[in-house]
Design a protein around this ligand. Sequence first.
Ligand SMILES: Cc1cc2nc3c(=O)[nH]c(=O)nc-3n(C[C@H](O)[C@H](O)[C@H](O)COP(=O)(O)O)c2cc1C
Length: 157
Amino acid sequence: MTSTFDKPKKAIILYDSMSVGGSADRLIDAIGKNLAEAGTYVEKARCKPNADYSFVEEFDLVLLGAPIYYLLVASKLTGALSQSNLRAVLKGKKVALFVICGSPEPMANFLYLPQLKMNLDNPVILAEKAFSPDETSDHNAIAEFANKILDAYGKAN
Ligand SMILES: Cc1cc2nc3c(=O)[nH]c(=O)nc-3n(C[C@H](O)[C@H](O)[C@H](O)COP(=O)(O)O)c2cc1C
């Protein structure tokens, strides 16, 4: 169990999705609720490739996540990592990664999560998970992911 001093004060979920109100929105809101219930202030922001991500500096914890479309992580999230200052801002930051995909988890771990990791420059990765579309409504799976992030955050401090 983590003490109150070991918890992130501010977290942001950076994401992209082709849909509005789809599984990514559902999952992000549920992860955010879990973190908020643990005492963390949570914001979310849909990524644009060429935005200025300096504002992310102020967050203790950054979650990066998106669905997979046609074998690729939704393009505005990977675009932000490759084209903006986001990659530099995340250097040394505590991050958690997730994707949502229809493929089996081993394939997602092999093909999809690396698309995020290859665009990062030495962050502290606290947790990573490939969610199936069904799991975006699974309270236990979501709570387990949020708790894993919070536990790892406490240990990393
Ligand atoms: C056009 C389209 C392409 C997709 N391509 C893939 C894919 O290549 N691999 C995969 O594992 N899942 C794929 N999926 C499944 C999505 O990742 C999954 O349905 C996800 O929940 C969609 O998130 P959203 O509801 O936020 O759009 C695809 C879904 C759509 C609609």
